[in-house]
Design a protein around this ligand. Structure first.
Ligand SMILES: [Zn+2]
Length: 346
């Protein structure tokens, strides 16, 4: 007996992708995926594989569980992304062709997912996909990364350019289809210091970050990610020493003061009128390019645009970098300039 599910319009792909895409692998090409710029994510442990359906029952047509994990992570990281070009099941016209968008005959699993390129960082998704054991190949922007070619980037010579969406195919073995291993994409959901205001009773990775900074200043706290009485007492004494409001509330000002106290400032000679994109900016620097950064990110995060790269500006830059999926080092280098649509001239 076959069970059925209602497949909604949004699930259907309409791209008329080529049959058997791996026959369209062309010459190897250079493709800069910016490797090494990912913010560190928390390790997502692999759970047990999702149990297979009982053998007597042919399951309903479904997206392979490993791709559900991928899609959930992409949605968690970029909740406001454009989903117009998303889809997973082939439209009627393509049901007869050989495509991972069609359900497998044996278990009705669909082993391909299309993700709209808008509102996500496609390079980051590709990097994570080619590192995941379930992935068979990825196609994006006239380029294919295939397991059969050790995921080296190669020209995709099929007719569909894949310039509006990214296609991911996974292997057809049960282990790979049903893997629950994380893809390392949802790490934006892991709170970082500065993402929220911390008070007594808060727990999380951002509290651990806070405790580590406090210990750099001699606090001797247990780094347990739990903002308990000892951490709270230390915060209050720190606030007092910095002439901040002594309320135990870790907001932008306290965080900025913490970072200032734990990061040595770098003395740098200052060109008088530096254009945006003409140098790398970090705390302690001044100039018109700093004002540009402050205006771009906004007064609420960076403080008044006064051309001084102060701790609050640094906190604003870190926030902006996290929003853009960059490593939040608080330094405005070529990648961060790029996100501000500034041409890098150095
Ligand atoms: Zn596709």
């Amino acid at each position: 007996m076959e069970t059925t599910i209602d497949i909604v319009e949004a699930d259907v792909t309409h791209f008329g992708e080529d049959d058997d895409p791996e026959t369209f692998i062309g010459d190897e090409i250079e493709y800069d995926l910016g490797i090494g710029e990912d913010p560190p994510g928390e390790e997502i442990p692999e759970g047990p594989p999702t149990p297979p359906e009982p053998p007597s029952l042919l399951p309903a047509v479904h997206l392979a569980p490993t791709l559900k994990v991928l899609r959930d992570e992409i949605n968690a990281r970029w909740p406001k992304r454009d989903r117009a070009s998303d889809g997973w099941i082939g439209d009627a016209a393509h049901q007869k062709s050989k495509s991972d968008h069609n359900p497998d005959a044996d278990n009705r699993s669909v082993n391909a997912l299309d993700v709209d390129k808008d509102g996500i960082d496609p390079s980051l998704v590709i990097r994570k996909c080619i590192a995941h054991p379930s992935t068979e190949y990825v196609i994006y922007n006239r380029t294919i990364w295939s397991r059969s070619r050790s995921f080296k980037s190669a020209r995709y010579t099929g007719s569909n350019p894949h310039d509006k969406h990214l296609h991911v195919s996974v292997g057809h073995s049960a282990t790979r289809e049903r893997s629950t291993r994380g893809w390392g994409i949802a790490n934006a959901a892991v709170p970082k210091l500065g993402d929220r205001t911390l008070t007594k009773g808060c727990t999380g990775s951002d509290v651990r970050e806070l405790q580590n900074l406090a210990n750099k200043l001699g606090a001797k706290l247990v780094v347990d990610g739990d903002l308990g009485a000892k951490t709270d007492a230390w915060i209050r004494s720190f606030q007092k020493s910095k002439k901040l409001a002594v309320d135990g509330v870790v907001g932008l000002k306290t965080i900025a003061a913490l970072r200032a106290a734990t990061t040595p400032a770098v003395p740098i000679s200052q060109p008088a009128k530096a254009k945006p994109g003409s140098r790398t900016l970090r705390r302690g620097m001044t100039g018109e390019d700093v004002s540009f950064v402050q205006r771009w990110i906004g007064e609420r995060r960076c403080g008044k645009p006064n051309g001084e790269f102060n701790p609050q500006t640094e906190a604003g830059v870190r926030w902006y970098q996290r929003m853009q999926g960059l490593a939040d080092d608080g330094i405005v280098g070529p990648l961060t300039w790029g996100k501000m649509r500034v041409k890098v001239t150095y």
